[in-house]
Design a protein. Sequence first.
Length: 301
Amino acid sequence: MRAKPRHPYINSDKISIALVISLIFLFSIVQWTFLSAQSWPLSEQPLKIWMLDIGQGDALFIEFPTGEQMLVDGGPDDSVLAKLGSVLPPWDRTLDVVLATHPDADHVSGIISVLDRYDVSTIYESGVGAHTPFGQAYEERRDSEQAQVVEISQGDVITIGEVTLTVLWPEQTQEGQYPAKRNNVSIVFLLEYGETSVLFTADTEQEVEDEYALQVGDIDVLKVSHHGSLTSTSWGLLKPTDPEVALISLGKDNSYGHPHPVILDRLNQVGAKIFRTDLDGDILLTSFGGEPTIESHPLPF
């Protein structure tokens, strides 16, 4: 009978070394894959946020990676139309969302012109009203638009693709309310996309900044409240949020003295890089879900 062949001699020490090397190699591959994935974009198209240079007011345009478009406030007049005409192709006469933070003239007057020019699907607001010519004109034009009007407040979350907008203020909707001080019922929301975070503060002042600041944590970008007024951008907001970039929307040589030197000093003390429309023109934030990039003068005029 033929004897069965013997198994070759197996050295257990060699097996242990080979196993360790294999595990190290496998771990390296997994780690490389994970780290590479962190730098890959969440989408082929970036998130884009324009702070439009429309003078003394606010108008911000957001283009989401999935293609939806949102205008946050419209500035003091119809100059926002020329800016949108530079961002959008000439045949595009639609906007998915308009968000009116509060009905002050330097925020909603341009929205009236936008509603005349563009078909808007949804209008977000808090419901607060204003017994002013501009406030009433906005309400009349809004009511005549074939748009869905949605009142939002603290705790509401708007999700568009991979981007979330979490409403931090006001505490409740303001339907039927006509406060003398509308700044402090402005809509405040935190936009998050991957590792990018942007806090939109409208015109809120220190007394309510303290209410919502602790909900936020560290952020990349702060849209400075109330055009850099001394009444806003308190230490109670800056310390917990510690922004890397500050965006200020204001008119050149405005009569209010915005931005106040104290506010600029505070922003410098926290190490925020400051961009302001009176000096930098239009400002564009771009993000693929990682660290955002900021550039000035991205539009032709």
